[in-house]
Design a protein around this ligand. Structure first.
Ligand code: 5AD
Ligand code: FES
Length: 397
């Protein structure tokens, strides 16, 4: 087939407005990962700690590399029809050109499994009375982050349900604690669902750099059904607010949701592209027995690998994790996602005591190991694929 995804003379660089104000700017990779302030909008409040602290890691993005350009809709449709191995190879080539052989490490901390929401697919939904609920104390969170810094992590991803105790002030205070423990150099990513624009701005001022919120599915009806009446439009508005608050933006979706079609997958990719998201997570839906979808069929590995590859080709600069959900449905699921263009791994450094209770789906891997043990395991796994782990902060490109 004749799809060519590298920039050629006359082919515009991707997202020039995101790469810098100069519309004539070339498509060369910047010498250093941009400081997170470059994402801020004029409306975002000033951060009370030094945001310009240089990253201690060497900037090793290949200076002379040319950005691959994002696939067009017609190309995405053509790519989606390719045999899996061919699609994976194209996507990996793109990942190599943008991200090299490095796989960024992010330390995942599951802060709370209390949730006011009742999404049909999720094991920590409000109505699951079987879930054992927990919330990390400020001290537990700070100690986890300090241990993470000692181990070398430069990004912490704090994730949780929409916990009423963390509405408004609660999450602000927690973010301040996280920032104090992480120091000024490390990046802090939050993932706590829909909040107001003002709250996102306050979180940024309190020390957050990035925000993750998957749109879950691009199908508006399916979205409303699965998310207890909350519309896709509301979710997308929140993503817009995240961006406007000057936070780096992450989103993504599940694959193999009940009622999803092949066209849903294409639309998911197109939506991801139109959001210009800087981090994008994809994972197979895994039915949880204590939810209304307990008896549904789960997503298969191939579909989530295809989705990963298409996402890489549609949004080449995106930081894409090889997800735990993929590793849960197949022993080499994460490796296959790396082969399909993923460039991030997120060892779960939540205290082992609590880990087993953050069960969005059953069978989750790595709940008996500490995330620090996982790093050793992951190092071997990525080496087997000709890749290497990187402790760089890995800001949005
Ligand atoms: N199977 C797979 N992924 C799930 N998530 C939630 N529930 C499940 C499930 N049953 C995903 C959602 C959410 C992310 C944190 O985990 O995409 O955004
Ligand atoms: Fe956690 Fe292998 S990655 S044990």
């Amino acid at each position: 087939m004749s799809i060519r995804l590298m920039n050629e003379p006359g082919v515009p660089a991707m997202y020039p407005e995101d790469l810098g104000a100069d519309p004539g700017r070339s498509a060369t990779v910047p010498a250093a990962a941009p400081d997170s302030t470059s994402m801020s909008s004029a409306a975002a409040p000033a951060a009370p700690y030094p945001r310009s602290a240089p990253c201690s890691q060497p900037a090793s993005y290949p200076r002379s590399a040319t950005y691959p350009r994002p696939a067009s809709e017609a190309e995405i449709r053509e790519l989606a029809a390719l045999p899996l191995d061919e699609l994976k190879a194209l996507a990996r080539k793109t990942a190599d050109a943008v991200h090299g052989d490095r796989v960024l490490l992010r330390g995942l901390i599951e802060v709370t499994n209390h949730c006011a929401m009742d999404c049909l697919y999720c094991g920590i939904r409000r109505s699951n009375s079987g879930a054992v609920r927990y919330r990390l104390s400020h001290e537990e969170l700070a100690e986890t982050i300090r241990a993470g810094r000692r181990a070398g992590f430069m990004t912490f991803v704090l994730q949780g349900g929409e916990d009423p105790a963390l509405a408004g002030e609660g999450l602000l205070r927690l973010t301040e604690t996280a920032r104090a423990a992480a120091g000024p150099e490390a990046a802090i990513t939050l993932s706590f669902g829909i909040r107001s624009r003002r709250e996102y701005e306050e979180l940024r001022a309190a020390g957050a750099d990035r925000y993750l919120m998957r749109f879950e599915t691009s199908d508006p009806e399916l979205h409303r059904y699965l998310r207890g009446g909350i519309s896709l439009k509301r979710r997308l508005k929140a993503l817009e607010d995240v961006r406007a608050a000057g936070l780096q933006l992450g989103s993504g979706f599940m694959t193999g949701l009940p009622g999803e079609t092949d066209e849903t997958l294409i639309q998911n990719i197109l939506l991801a592209q139109s959001l210009k998201m800087e981090m994008g997570g994809v994972g197979p839906f895994i039915p949880h027995p204590e939810t209304p979808l307990g008896g549904a069929r789960g997503g298969d590995l191939e579909r989530s690998i295809r989705a990963t590859a298409l996402l890489r080709l549609a949004v080449p600069l995106c930081h894409i994790p090889a997800t735990t959900a993929a590793g849960t449905i197949h022993p080499e699921g994460r490796e296959q996602m790396l082969e399909a263009g993923a460039n991030v791994l997120m060892p779960n450094i939540t205290p082992v005591l609590h880990k087993k209770h953050y069960l969005l789906y059953p069978g989750k891997i790595c709940i008996d190991e500490s995330g620090f043990q996982c790093v050793g395991c992951l190092s071997v796994r990525v080496m087997g694929r000709g890749l290497r782990l990187s402790w760089e902060r890995g800001d949005a490109l």
